[in-house]
Ligand binder design. Sequence first.
Ligand code: NAP
Length: 305
Amino acid sequence: MSIHTYQLLDGTSIPWLAWGTGTGVKGSEDTIEKGMLAIKSGINHIDTAQLYKTESETGEAIRRCAVDKDQVYVTSKLSWDQEGKPVPLDEVRARVEGSIKRLGFIPDLFLIHNPFVPAPGELRAMWKIFEDLKDEGRLKSIGVSNFRPQDLEVILTGTKHKPAVNQLEFHPYTLAHLTPLLALHEKHGIIIQSYGSLSPILRHPTGGPLKPVLEKVAARLSQEKGKPIDATSVLIFWIRAQNVVLVGASGYPQRIEGLAELAKSPQLLTDSDIAEISDVGKTIHFRFYKEHMSVDFPVPQLPSQ
Ligand SMILES: NC(=O)c1ccc[n+]([C@@H]2O[C@H](COP(=O)([O-])OP(=O)(O)OC[C@H]3O[C@@H](n4cnc5c(N)ncnc54)[C@H](OP(=O)(O)O)[C@@H]3O)[C@@H](O)[C@H]2O)c1
């Protein structure tokens, strides 16, 4: 069965589930090995970034699998360096070429890792360089990550190429906060690539009110399908129902194979499962990756538990 894709605003397609290399893997050889397992299990989208130092390993995993590069979609990112220093505008081109060299190919999608990668006031100018690189064929699809509404507005003003995606922490407990951002995405045709998606189960101190709902749906699906389907899978299917790309991760072979099974699966949730998870999610505000997302983008007055 072919893997479900979404169409990006630039007309290209993106596979709905990616295996991420920013968490779960330990070191270079482990990343290559787990990357190969992900590809051989059927995952056809890998997420990497300059910051993770896994671009060479991502390219190597694809080469060692001896699959056509076109069979594996790759997202990478222009990151600030380990000290969090902004990237000077006159270094952007060289840093992009560095990613291409490490990967061994032009990534299918390349993102500005967060709105502070450029120095203050230089976001629009950095996006213009991304647009030029796309026009010159040195980049393919371009997008952003961890952008708030005000960050998106800066680059959407007079832009030639809108960002195709905004990669950020997304799950039911972020819905209430992200409502204005989702409206902006919808208006411009931007889609979310979601990380931290398992936070309601793995990182919320108790799981909150969503836990029993996810467990109830998981128990029903397990019975209907005659095989175990857990609450994390239910959450991942909810992400898919939002037309959001899921960036998952794991360093454990069994879980990587499990992610691949989900990637190949049809949607299992009913409309009423999806609505119930959204409704319960909106009663709580909780996020794991806090960073700048609530700075000048106030969080709703909701409990976190
Ligand atoms: N753009 C950004 O700023 C940004 C930020 C963060 C992440 N990312 C990207 O998104 C990817 C995923 O991020 P994330 O780690 O936050 O995603 P996540 O899907 O919320 O969590 C994945 C982690 O959960 C564990 N896990 C997975 N399935 C599990 C299960 N069934 N039960 C228990 N634990 C489970 C894995 O650990 P085990 O190894 O123990 O299985 C893995 O480390 C990263 O690797 C990176 O590529 C991007």
